[in-house]
Design a protein around this ligand. Sequence first.
Ligand code: P6P
Length: 330
Amino acid sequence: MTFLDTKLTEDGCDPELLLVIKSLVTGCKKISNILSSGDFSHVAKSDEVNVQGEIQTTLDIVSNDILKEVLSKLTVVKSIASEEDEHILSVNENGKYLVSFDPLDGSSNIDINGLVGTIFSVTSSTEWLFSFDDKQFQRPGGLIHAAGFVLYGPATTLVLSTGVGTNIFVLSREFGEFTLWRKSIAIPPDTNEFSANVGRQRRWPGYAKKYVDQLSQGRNGVRRKDYSFRYFGSLVGDIYRILCRGGVFLYPQEGARKSRYGNGKLRLLYEIIPMAYIVEQANGAAYADDKRVLDILPTSVHQRVPIIIGSRNEVDRYLSKAKVGLRNAE
Ligand code: P6P
C-alpha cells in the first residue's frame, strides 16, 4: 500500500474513488516525467486551437490524452470533461463517477520553464442521464467527492482533498510515489500578499479596481499596512502559494464590451470548483462576485466565472465592496 493509499484509506475514502484518484495520479506522474525529461519537442506549439480559442502546445494534447487513457480503463468512470475537449467523453454508461480536469493549466508558461499543473475533481454521476449528456456536470461544486491539483515545479507536489481537510504530498523520485508532506493545511485568515493581473485593472468593475487600489496604497491608505504583489500567471502556482502562506487571488469579470472575459477568464467546472473545494477545506474562501463558488450550479462545461479566492478575512473585505458595487449597478 502506498503512502497515498494509506492516507486516503485512513480518511475513509471510498475504494472506487481511491481507484479514480490513483489513476489520475499515475497520469500526472507520467506528465511530470515528460516535463522533467528535457525533451522540449513536446513544447512546440501545435497548429491546433482548443475550444477556448487557445493555441495548444503538443504537451496540452499529450497530457489530455494521458489522463483520458488512464481513466478510460476504469468501469467506475461514467464521463470525462476536459478543458481541451469541446464535448464530454463517455467512458462507461454504468459508471459511478464523473471526472473533470484541466490537463495542463498554465501551459503558456512551459516555454519559459514556468509553473504548470493538472487540476481535477471527481463527483457522482447521475443515473437517469446518458454518459454523453453534458447536463450530468451541472452539479454544484459542494457535491464533489474529491479535488486536487498536481504542481509541476522544482518538486512535483500533489494537493488533495477528499472532504476531510487539504493535504500536500510530494513526489519522491527515490520511491517513485507521493509521500505526505503537509497535513490539514490551514490558510491564514489575513495576508499581506495579493495576486492579480493588474495589467487588466482598467477593465474591471469599480469595486474591484477600488479594492486593489487600496491594497496598492499600503500603509498610506485605508488598509494601513503594506501589501506585496505576487502573480505567476499560472493558477496552480498562485493557489499553491496561498495554501502555503496565505494570500488572495482575483480575476474579475471585465466590463469592456469587446472583452472576451465579460464573465471572467477562469473556467468554473475544471479550474475554479476544484480550487474552491481545496481552499475551503483549508479554511479559505472562494467567491464569484457575491456568490460562494461551491453553491453555483454550472450551466455549461466551459463556463467562465470571476473569482476571488484565498485568505478568508481578505475575501470578506472584497465581498463587502462587491455587494455594494453590484447593488449600485442594478
Ligand atoms: P492572464 C493560464 O492560462 C490561466 O488559465 C491560469 O492558469 C492563470 O491564472 C490565468 O490563465 C492567467 O491569465 O490573463 O493573467 O495571462
